[in-house]
Design a protein around this ligand. Structure first.
Ligand code: NAG
Ligand code: NAG
Ligand code: NAG
Ligand code: NAG
Length: 345
């Protein structure tokens, strides 16, 4: 699962007009969302990382289909997960060096989750230099691109995810997050070498199921004691999946529905039933204990949601979608569903 949180520039523009002119109904200023392409085109001149070793990965920043502005210097392709460059198991990356001098000596990784989601999800819809949001006609430049602050690389992993190829049968051999992180370590060394990034400060970021990947990868990196490649300086996990679904989602679900009952907008019968089941399934007690401070120990295991009528998050969100087909359970004050009916987020 992943969370899509971004409100478009469109909403921002409408908001500003509404403040300036309280008596007029603000019409969304669609043109405000279209970037000034001339300025964007003149902005990127140098290609600091272009050399014989990297040129096969160079992306023509002005040549992307549907993108009518220069996305700047970037490199994409696949690299092996170990010392054998011909290993069929490779990871796909898209590397964007920053033009911001303050980004100098660091490299920041972004991973989406899933497991099995391409990190293009984050690049194209959340934090990349250009975004193509659902319900919109074409990509636009992202003024909040993380490349504006740091050197970014988005990677599709584990092997077999997104554009990352795998040898036949290789994916099945990955049994644990440790196995996955070992592959990543091999890839990362090759990446750091290819782009001459050795010694740089490494930051690992990502969302959702990457909340599992990142602690394992960064732990392994720190264990390697090799600051040439694995000089981990920080991690950031967003809406991370750091425990089982029952603990992360089902147990707290009804507390959340109660807190935001004005948004879920469920009727009294449904609310009463959900709260009764919350008691009977043992979630109410579980949350009472789990939320005690200071914690009594590691996060305890929640009651099993596979018991009859205990998958309460599914009940609550299905009920919300039943009365509002545009309800977005990833972002309850946003919307989702058919853009023609619901508009874009
Ligand atoms: C970051 O983005 C802002 C807004 O587009 C731009 O004005 C600024 O020059 C950018 N900074 C860098 C270092 O690229
Ligand atoms: C690699 O980077 C270092 C500085 O980080 C620089 O001194 C060196 O010239 C670079 N080598 C190549 C081949 O670009
Ligand atoms: C790195 O250092 C730690 C702590 O000193 C040690 O436990 C670990 O075995 C070392 N790892 C390697 C690969 O040398
Ligand atoms: C309450 O909502 C549920 C689910 O949406 C619906 O089936 C039921 O008829 C509603 N009850 C009342 C009293 O409106």
């Amino acid at each position: 699962m992943h969370i899509l949180l971004f409100l478009g520039a469109l909403l921002g523009a409408a908001g500003v007009s509404a403040v300036e002119s309280p008596h007029k109904r603000a019409l969304p200023k669609r043109k405000a969302a279209i970037p000034n392409t001339e300025r964007a085109n003149s902005a990127h001149a140098k290609r600091a990382h272009l050399n014989d070793k990297t040129k096969k990965f160079a992306v023509d920043g002005k040549g992307l289909p549907e993108v009518n502005f220069d996305i700047g210097e970037s490199y994409a392709g696949t690299l092996s997960i170990d010392d054998d460059p011909d290993n069929e198991n490779q990871l796909w990356f898209w590397f964007f060096p920053s033009e911001n001098p303050a980004a100098g000596n660091e490299i920041t990784l972004w991973l989406n989750g899933g497991p099995g989601c391409s990190s293009l999800d984050g690049l194209l819809q959340e934090n990349g230099p250009f975004l193509w949001q659902s319900g919109t006609f074409r990509p636009i430049a992202n003024p909040y691109s993380w490349v504006n602050l740091t050197n970014m690389v988005w990677v599709d992993q584990p092997i077999g995810t997104g554009f990352s190829p795998n040898a036949k049968g290789a994916v099945k051999k990955l049994k644990t997050e440790h196995d996955v992180s070992v592959d990543f370590m091999g890839f990362w060394k090759n990446f750091m070498e290819t782009f001459n990034l050795t010694g740089r400060d490494v930051y690992l970021t990502g969302e959702s199921y990457a909340g599992q990947y990142i602690p394992y990868i960064s732990y392994n990196m720190l264990q390697a004691n090799d600051t040439d490649y694995y000089n981990v300086k920080g991690i950031q996990i967003n809406d991370p999946s750091i425990n089982e679904g029952d603990t992360m989602t089902e147990a707290p679900a009804i507390n959340y529905v109660n807190e935001y009952s004005n948004i879920f907008n469920l009727n009294e019968t449904t609310m009463a039933w959900l709260n009764q089941r919350n008691e009977e399934c043992g979630y109410a007690d579980f949350m009472e204990n789990a939320l005690s401070y200071p914690p009594k120990g590691p996060i305890p295991t929640a009651p099993d949601s596979y018991r009859k009528h205990c998958n309460l998050w599914e009940y609550a969100t299905s009920a919300a979608i039943y009365i509002n087909p545009c309800f977005n359970f990833y972002h309850i004050i946003g919307q989702s569903g058919n853009p023609a009916v619901c508009g874009s987020r």
